[in-house]
Design a protein around this ligand. Structure first.
Ligand code: ACO
Length: 328
């Protein structure tokens, strides 16, 4: 059976750093609280004139170069984001024009922080079915645009960035995407929500903006507990379905939402933290971008080797969650 393979990775984070010390001047918080409760020391902030496609360009160019694929050979662009350039057209279309992928179909997918795993599964299905050959998946979020800067329990968590992969047909049919599982639970949609900008609250009126309808609202503790359970369950299910255990996993890349969530999941799964990729200290939670940015960094540092089994797992608004298992 045809398998899809990740042929190249790329990532981009904006230059501007927002440190915990900077946040101490903005809200009633401390560096110590943020580090102890979340593991975050700093995050990146996109310049005001930049939109999701602008951040994506750099990540996509890197991924295309690493894959040895020209933009004109791309059949499909999937941008996973909850902060696209515009409601219409899709951020993927703005990006398509900028990278010159003129043969590609392009659309956005919103699965919040789980976007990358959702996007990877869609690309894998397109490729395995023979409908598409080369698919560019870019996961990008500019979370600092939708943060409530007056809510100290939330504003300290988020950052901006983009990560991309080029996927294609595995040549020997062996290495590549082994499996992926995605899940959602809309009954808990209100756990993590941005109402403004959607059709339930459009156009935004002055009073809506004044009541912060356009920013992210999150029930943090509930999200934390649900994330640990869902992360763990979907990883175990994915491994079991493929006759594997956590001992077969060489590299585990969880969505970077909180170091305590990652440690709790690693403990439940029985994997030591030296096999868990952690970038949250530098970037905070970049929503769907966290996994591909972390993957790209480890690939470039030579920490992911040919033949390694890489498990990636995400959890986010929707609720949505999922896991992908890849033989590198
Ligand atoms: N600085 C100082 N004190 C703070 C801060 C802050 N930044 N934020 C909250 N506190 C205070 C609270 O007011 C509370 O004080 P009180 O005891 O006097 O009432 C105390 O710290 C403890 O608050 P908790 O909410 O219990 O803190 P907790 O340890 O749960 O940490 C956090 C909060 C970081 C939000 C955590 O719950 C979390 O990470 N949740 C998961 C969030 C997440 O993963 N979101 C992303 C999901 S992915 C997606 O799709 C977007």
């Amino acid at each position: 059976m045809t398998r899809s393979v990740i042929m190249g990775t790329g990532s981009y984070v904006p230059e501007k750093v927002l440190s915990n010390a900077d946040l101490e001047k903005m809200v009633n918080t401390t560096d110590q609280w943020i580090v102890e409760r979340t593991g975050i020391r700093e995050r990146r902030v996109a310049a005001p004139e930049l939109a999701a496609s602008d951040l994506s360009i750099h990540a996509c160019r890197e991924a295309l170069a690493a894959a040895g694929v020209d933009a004109k050979e791309i059949d499909l662009i999937i941008m996973t984001t909850l902060t696209p350039d515009s409601m219409c057209p899709a951020g993927a279309c703005w990006l398509q024009a900028q990278i010159g992928a003129d043969r590609a179909a392009a659309f956005d997918m919103n699965a919040a922080c789980s976007g990358f795993v959702y996007g990877l599964q869609a690309a894998d299905a397109y490729i395995r079915s023979g409908v598409m050959k080369n698919v560019l998946v870019v996961s990008v979020d500019i979370m600092t645009r939708v943060v409530d800067w007056s809510d100290r329990s939330s504003c300290v968590l988020w950052g901006d960035g983009a990560g991309a992969i080029v996927m294609g047909v595995a040549e020997n049919g062996r290495r590549g995407v082994i499996d992926s599982q995605i899940r959602s639970d809309g009954t808990s949609a209100d756990m993590l929500v941005i109402v403004g900008g959607g059709s339930r609250l459009s156009p935004i009126k002055a009073e809506d903006a004044a009541s912060n309808a356009h920013v992210l609202k999150m029930r943090g503790q509930e999200t934390f507990k649900t994330a640990v359970r869902c992360f763990t369950d979907v990883c175990v299910e994915t491994l079991e379905k493929n006759g594997m255990t956590i001992k077969d996993v060489d590299v585990f890349i969880p969505h970077q939402a909180n170091i305590r969530i990652m440690e709790a999941v690693a403990k439940r799964l029985g994997i030591s933290m030296d096999r868990v990729v952690v970038t949250i200290e530098k970037y905070g939670n970049m929503s769907s971008a966290t996994i591909p940015v972390a993957l790209d960094e480890w690939v470039r540092e030579g920490k992911v080797r040919r033949g390694d089994n890489v498990l990636m797992a995400a959890f986010g608004g929707g609720l949505t969650w999922g896991a992908a298992l890849v033989e590198w």
